[in-house]
Design a protein around this ligand. Sequence first.
Ligand code: ARG
Length: 272
Amino acid sequence: MISRRQFIQGGSLVAAGLLAGCGSSGGSTSTTDTSADASSYTLVNEGKLTCISNLFFPPFESMNESTGDPEGFDIDISKELAKHMGLEVNWLPSQDFDTLVPTIKQGGKADIAIAGMTITDARKAEVDMSDPYVDSNQSIVVKATSTDTQDTLNDSSKTIAVQGGTTGAEWAQENLPKATIKPLSTVIDAMNGVQSGLYDAVVCDLPVSKYQIKQSYSDLQVIEEIPTGEQYGIAISKDNPGLTAAVNAALAEMVSDGTMAAIETEWFGSQM
Ligand code: ARG
């Protein structure tokens, strides 16, 4: 018999192989709070795991075109997390990505933010992040007809669209310092703007750009895959360490019982 806590510590949650060619070195690592009791936590609504995200980040999260309901990789993860924790899942309306961490930190509205959110030191200073569940990298996206490169984009005549508050926005600011960086509220707005010629490029997470180009933006292309070695985690209030422990335990169970692999295949199987 191993205790649940030992099981958590032994579990490796990196969704290995999900994104071909990405290194899991670099980026940041998460630490499991081993002092927390996974059986004792608070919820904003009893019996429910209340979730927030920015629902314009396919295939991780989007809104179903006909029903308007949230759907995607992270939505499936949230449903399975709830199931493994004996809870119902409760999704709140989409909000801007840069409001997610402050909302979780403030408390009272949602239990978790699950949003393809990279584990960073800055975010870990504000909230707890779960163990990683997806590996990711950045990408530069331009029109299929464009001859721009990372070098030619780093120019005062160029405008680079990003989603505000993201690691892509940060990368663009640091690595394309001569260009104008335009923060928008969603990656979809950014891609539409490149399509219409308003902006020269988008910097965003590679799994999203790859998926979107394949699904609906055949006139765009990825010109650069940037191995940032990011990992996605779930944001939870620092006041609720038992919930972080319970989420980590549920994630570990989902890896060992095959749920995680099934969700990966569902959303990425034929794409990546
Ligand atoms: N991984 C990037 C970050 O953490 C982008 C996440 C955007 N997520 C979203 N649901 N819009 O900054």
